[in-house]
Design a protein. Structure first.
Length: 264
């Protein structure tokens, strides 16, 4: 098991900065994100309204953002990423969709120094915390993209360029009328499969039982993906974050789903 990166004996993990879907009428409370929440935004094209749990950055987070973002961060755009130039090396490339506060991202990057890892996240506080971890632990194999994952995969990632894609605990949007906002549906599976190299891996984890079944059904229906039956090019171990530990304590079952892209 990969151990979470700790700071002064404590796991450096805050609550996930994910959309709060507990109320019918969602409101934007973060001034920095409010402009991006409008319809058609490159940051939030699938979420037209949300309420961020934390809007502003702490002073240490802002400092890490100012120092690290110009070096390893980018906003979503239309230009294909030259990953060899960005990482200054050629290495297997993994994209993590929804890196949250970055605890798992940093720990897995530290455990896999031979891999180039791009973390995709929408919310600045989570990205800022990841930047803190990258800086503190001198991780050279992490880059971060701020924006919606579908936009990133469609416009910034070349076909058949990824060794792996990780999606850990995506927002389940539990209410039936919100299911259309879920990330992992048929079209997204097709998009991910098109970006994976033959033999590449998609690794999903969720603590939401109904969403797990929907994910499994959509993934199994994608003709380019199959249940993994060969040696994986990336680790399937994950650190247990504070978010996952809370799920365990309330009795939620964690479902791991792993597919490989069919080899020719």
């Amino acid at each position: 098991m990969i151990t979470p990166i700790r700071d002064n004996g404590r796991v450096n993990d805050a609550d996930q900065d994910t959309p709060d879907t507990s109320n019918d009428d969602l409101e934007t409370s973060a001034a920095d994100d409010s402009a991006g929440a409008s319809k058609g935004s490159r940051l939030y094209p699938r979420v037209t309204s949300f309420r961020s749990r934390r809007g502003s950055l702490t002073e240490p987070q802002q400092g890490a953002w100012d120092r690290m973002w110009p070096k390893i961060g980018r906003d979503v755009g239309d230009d294909l990423i030259d990953t060899t130039a960005w990482f200054e090396r050629d290495a297997p490339l993994i994209v993590e969709i929804g890196s949250g506060t970055g605890t798992a991202t940093a720990a897995m990057a530290k455990a896999e120094p031979h891999v180039n890892l791009i973390a995709v996240e929408v919310y600045r506080p989570g990205l800022a915390q990841l930047l803190q971890l990258v800086e503190r632990n001198e991780l050279t194999n992490v880059r971060v993209l701020r924006g919606d994952a579908v936009e990133v995969l469609e416009h910034m990632v070349a076909p058949e360029s990824l060794t792996g894609v990780r999606v850990f605990f995506p927002d389940p949007w539990p209410k039936a009328r919100h299911h259309k906002r879920r990330l992992l549906q048929g079209p997204t599976f097709a998009l991910i499969a098109s970006r994976l190299k033959p033999g590449g891996v998609l690794h999903v984890a969720t603590d939401h039982a109904e969403y797990a079944e929907a994910i499994r059904e959509a993934g199994d229906a994608e003709p380019l993906l199959t249940e993994l039956d060969w040696e994986s090019p990336m680790t399937h171990e994950r650190p247990v974050t504070k978010f996952e530990d809370k799920a365990h304590k309330v009795g939620s079952t964690i479902t791991e789903l792993i597919w490989g892209k069919i080899k020719p």
